[in-house]
Design a protein around this ligand. Sequence first.
Ligand code: ATP
Length: 236
Amino acid sequence: METLAVVDLCAGYGNQWVVWDVSLHAGDGEIVALLGRNGAGKTTALRAMAGTLSKTAGSVSVDGRVLHGAAHRRTRTDVGLVLEGRSVFPSLTTHQNLQVAGVDPEEAVALFPELASKLRVRAGQLSGGEQQMVSLARAMCRRPRVLLIDELSFGLTPSVCRRLFARLAAAANDTRMAVVLVEQHLSYAAELAARAYIMSDGHLVSELPAADLISRQAEIEEIYFGRRPASRDVRG
Ligand code: ATP
């Protein structure tokens, strides 16, 4: 049985669908990537999986149980969501940010030792990477069965990204949670994920093993992301 099974998920805003018939799955401890150009519908799909969007159709199951209703009516340990933009409260300290989320700061520090010396610092004064650590710790310490993460790498240097990704991979392996990672960088997705799903105009258009993200990188970038290969630019 899959840890996460999403079947024919449709989602949108007001009276308009922007995501249609998304079906994907992730097993115990498995990380899958959800890729696609800006506006493809990745965040909307994640929010629909987490139950934070009201307009949805299709089904989302965790360990074989179909989740019903909005996020606040679900068990907090079913699905965790980390949205892009570091959702910390900037005027609260790191310690307070963890406490208001019901997370034991010691547990967060065990996950991210870098936060030990930052517990009394206001979150707005933390670096981008440290803010992402707080966001991740808040979600991961609740031990969700499924963790949905939107653009963890956004605005971070490669070395900070790699550190965060290493912790995420270790946590997924240790706790056996399934992870769906929205990512813009194919190379990060290839390092971390077992499989990748590619979205375009609100639809899933491809599912492929992570190894293909590297071997077919130029083709994927061009077809699905609209990025022209550098070599073609040089040749004119
Ligand atoms: P990005 O990579 O730029 O974050 P995305 O793939 O995550 O993009 P979404 O943010 O899901 O894409 O947006 C998909 C479509 O839904 C876009 O056309 C966007 O304008 C629209 N959309 C997103 N949020 C809302 C909203 N709150 N109300 C109405 N339309 C929205």
